[in-house]
Design a protein around this ligand. Structure first.
Ligand SMILES: [Zn+2]
Ligand SMILES: [Zn+2]
Length: 195
């Protein structure tokens, strides 16, 4: 994913806020941001990402406070089924304004790339939206908390098919041993005096 912001899909005109600390405006922007994907979660390339935020002019630059939202397609790590889920993330980011005090921050700092007002007085919100969404993507999504997963013997989806192979914890001797261990731990927990 490139961090270079060439033609931002989500950009707000902030001309009336520049050099006017205290001035603010509310924006709602909506556009697709292709390339938002991890191995287990993605936003379809043609699906919109929404930024609903208040932009406030402060001495240090422009402060953006609000929410980034999108419908994310999650792939269940147990059964591989794809399930859509609405994701909404709180954001609060300071953007640099060229010529203001914040512009004195190390200009070579890559971290600030995509977090500064453009020369045409527009505020690009793509990088903020991307960073917020990808950080909020779950690492181990499940289609439902008790997903039964795929059968390790025949690959059948145990949520929909009873393939007849052993239930974990019941007949498989490896699981039986684990179940025994768990019972021991639970008994230990009960026996341990309250701290
Ligand atoms: Zn599942
Ligand atoms: Zn099976």
């Amino acid at each position: 994913m490139s961090k270079h912001v060439t033609a931002p899909a989500l950009a707000a005109d902030v001309r009336e806020l520049l050099q006017r600390p205290g001035a603010h405006k509310h924006v709602v922007l909506r556009a697709p941001l292709p390339g938002l994907a991890t191995p287990v979660a993605s936003v379809p390339a043609d699906a919109p990402v929404t930024v609903d935020a208040e932009i406030e002019s402060v001495v240090e630059g422009l402060l953006v406070t609000g929410k980034v939202g999108a419908t994310v397609v999650l792939r269940c790590v147990r059964c591989l089924r794809e399930v859509p889920q609405d994701l909404e993330v709180d954001v609060r980011e300071l953007f640099a304004v060229p010529g203001s005090r914040s512009a004195g921050l190390d200009p070579g700092d890559d971290k600030d790339e995509g977090y500064a007002v453009l020369p045409d007085d527009r505020l690009p919100l793509d990088t903020m939206a991307r960073d917020a969404l990808v950080l909020a993507f779950p690492s181990f999504p499940l289609c439902r908390p008790d997903c039964a997963g795929l059968c390790p013997e025949c690959g059948a989806d145990r949520n929909t098919v009873d393939c007849g192979h052993g239930e974990p914890g019941a007949t498989d001797p490896r699981w039986a041993a684990l179940a025994g261990l768990r019972r021991e731990f639970e008994e230990e927990d009960v026996a341990r005096p309250e701290a």
